[in-house]
Ligand binder design. Structure first.
Ligand code: ATP
Length: 639
């Protein structure tokens, strides 16, 4: 459908030909081409993400999203990072061994040549470690950035694909958190977390092997003295901080949700003087976030120094035992010093591993959330063999249609209606009767639970979604305008049309004078959601959009907003032009609009209770005639 006035957050296609021709400096002048090409060479090259938007092709592997699959396309780089990680972990262990040789051969053996050699090798090992680290950081940074870029595009594509039922069930703030917080969690994990896990894990293994090769007795003493306490401490930390960070994530989501809601409702907040109350509420929300942060800080402040004290205590005990062994001649001084140094490098990775575990945990829970989002199936799905709808005449048939937003709660029950091509039908009825729902079913925002809707004899479920939407237009009750030039807002459904065509549409809806009076004309920048335009102007822009799209079938949700008489007259005149020769469904809130339709359909509690032309229904003396009598008495009172 050509959503001519509503929904979504899509950006404009700024490269349409009308924009290009409208800019006097469009294109690159020949004398500047060389320098532009020079500049382009220095631009970072963004690999085209492998995402194609197709209704019939849901996200590949969305349900099986995991780290391995995300990194797989970049496996050569991951392999390279692995090599650097291995080199780094190995080189870090050269220090204590060189110290041992320096002490035993150089200092104790009074061999200056050996001492100089050791010092030289130490320097080389430091340089190599530094280089390996730098290379590793660069490669993992690149992998993380690429994976995140792919993922962002994938999530956005999925959000474009999902149907309305998803958006009514999920808060905007939560969806935004998936795109920001969750993806950033993963970035932290990919950039540093996984590598640190590998470096530290590898270091622990290497150091354990080294400790045992140095002295089995000392190694065993170390394990008995230190490992049990360290294990208990680490298990406590893992549990406490896991809970703590979960609370941090929950509370930060609350902060974002509260912020986004107040921003979206800023007008109502201001109008109802809720600023002070909102500030107090936000202070409570951020207070909970603050508390959660303080708690994790406290947990860290217990764990980190405790493990350090434990490490030092272990080293002291081993120093005492080792000194005895040196005195007995079982161990050289150099070996003892090396052993103690290795022990130091044994503790550090354990501490870091446990802390990394939190990053890992956060990344994993983000993966779970993103997996849920990516595997969500659109409520309206294109059938695999769906054929494109050829150019339609516009005949619409509701064939015993039943529909409910929630299971077992039908909002539309057994509706059958035939709308011949070219007819204008007005849906009227009490609020909540199901008028908009019927219109949404025609637009295929939802599929019926039972029964069928046919356009030109074809079941909507069996046709290609894009081919259907190209030929349908929707003007919602509150038109949505995107931040950007007015021109792009008007040609939203047909981005390639020329300025002349845009002006013709504006003329058709009676807006051309207004636009021509604007200093920037069609280039006038509309603020977010079209806030810089009046509601009547927004409505007319939405009608101009529909006019440009030239759909065969139009669904119009009439605005209830109180327009002044002149604007109302303008909109009615615009409608007359727009509806000419098209099939139209009008959701009429004012009987003055309904009266103009070829036929009026009275809807109540999800059923059609009356159908007929205005005069027919008035004389029939049914529900419509009651509504009409009430309306005429009210309008008589007004005048
Ligand atoms: P109005 O004249 O006030 O616009 P309407 O006749 O157009 O009303 P609908 O919007 O079709 O009424 O709503 C019909 C019923 O479906 C109402 O009871 C409404 O509460 C319910 N409803 C509408 N949208 C949803 C939704 N997304 N989820 C659940 N229930 C919904």
């Amino acid at each position: 459908m050509t959503v001519t006035g509503g929904g979504g957050g899509a950006a404009f296609n700024g490269g349409g030909r009308a924009t290009a021709s409208a800019h006097p400096f469009a294109g690159v002048p020949p004398e500047m081409r060389a320098s532009v090409e020079e500049l382009l060479k220095t631009e970072p090259d963004h690999a085209e993400p492998d995402v194609v938007f197709e209704h019939s092709r849901p996200d590949p592997d969305g349900a099986r999203l995991n780290l391995r699959r995300l990194v797989r396309p970049y496996w050569p780089m991951a392999l390279l990072a692995g090599v650097f990680v291995g080199a780094e972990a190995l080189m870090l262990q050269a220090g204590p061994k060189l110290t041992q040789i320096g002490i035993d051969d150089g200092v104790m053996g009074k061999d200056n040549g050996a001492l100089a050699l050791v010092a030289g090798l130490y320097l080389v090992s430091l340089v190599v470690t530094g280089l390996a680290q730098a290379a590793r950081v660069k490669v993992t940074g690149r992998i993380a950035a690429s994976v995140m870029n792919d993922l962002r595009v994938r999530v956005f594509t999925q959000l474009q694909r999902l149907s309305l039922n998803f958006y009514t069930g999920e808060k905007t703030g939560v969806i935004m958190t998936r795109m920001t917080g969750d993806i950033e969690n993963l970035q932290a994990l990919l950039q540093e977390g996984l590598v640190q896990l590998a470096v530290q894990g590898l270091t622990i293994v290497i150091v354990t092997v080294i400790l045992f090769t140095y002295d089995v007795q000392l190694a065993l003493i170390t394990i008995v003295l230190v490992v049990p306490v360290l294990t208990v401490l680490s298990l406590w930390f893992r549990r406490a901080s896991g809970k703590g960070y979960l609370r941090v994530r929950d509370t930060v989501a609350d902060v974002v949700a509260d912020l986004s809601e107040s921003l979206q409702g800023v007008r109502i907040v201001t109008a109802h003087n809720r600023q002070r109350r909102n500030t107090e509420h936000h202070r409570q929300v951020t207070g909970r976030y603050y508390d959660a942060n303080v708690r994790t800080g406290r947990i860290n402040s217990i764990y980190t120094p405790s493990t350090q004290v434990l490490g030092v205590a272990g080293q002291l005990a081993l120093l005492a035992i080792g000194a005895g062994m040196v005195a007995d001649g079982d161990l050289t001084i150099g070996e003892l010093v090396a052993f103690l140094l290795y022990l130091g490098t044994f503790f550090q990775p354990i501490q870091q591993l446990v802390q990394m575990y939190n990053t890992y945990q956060q990344g994993q829970s983000s993966i779970v959330k993103l997996r849920e989002l990516l595997s969500a199936r659109p409520g309206v799905e294109e059938q695999p063999g769906a054929v494109d709808l050829p150019k339609i005449e516009g005949e619409i048939v509701f064939d015993d249609v039943t529909f409910g937003y929630l299971p077992d709660r039908p909002v539309i029950a057994g509706v059958s209606l035939h709308i011949p091509a070219g007819e204008t039908v007005a849906f009227v009825g009490p609020t909540g009767a199901g008028k908009s729902t019927l219109a949404k079913l025609v637009s295929r925002f939802y599929d019926p639970t039972a029964g069928r809707i046919l356009i030109d004899g074809r079941d909507l479920r069996e046709v290609g979604i894009e081919s259907l939407r190209r030929q349908l237009g929707v003007v919602p009750q509150e038109p949505f305008l995107f931040a950007g030039p007015l021109r792009d807002n008007i040609r939203f459904a047909a981005p390639d049309v020329s300025d002349d065509e845009v002006r013709e549409a504006l003329r058709a809806v009676g807006l051309v004078d207004v636009v021509e009076r604007l200093p920037a004309g069609l280039d006038t920048v509309v603020q977010e959601r079209g806030q810089s335009l009046s509601s009547g102007e927004r409505q007319l822009v939405a009608l101009a959009r529909a006019f440009l799209a030239q759909p065969r079938v139009l669904v119009l949700d009439e605005a209830t907003s109180n327009l002044d008489l002149q604007s109302e007259a303008k909109i009615e005149a615009a409608l007359d032009v727009l509806l000419e020769g098209r099939t139209a469904i009008l959701i009429a809130h004012r009987l003055s609009t309904a009266m103009k339709a070829d036929r009026i359909v009275v809807v109540d509690e999800g059923r059609i209770v009356e159908v007929g032309a205005h005069d027919q229904l008035v004389t029939a003396g049914g529900r419509y005639s009651e509504m009409y009598a009430t309306w005429t008495s009210q309008t008589a009172g007004v005048h």
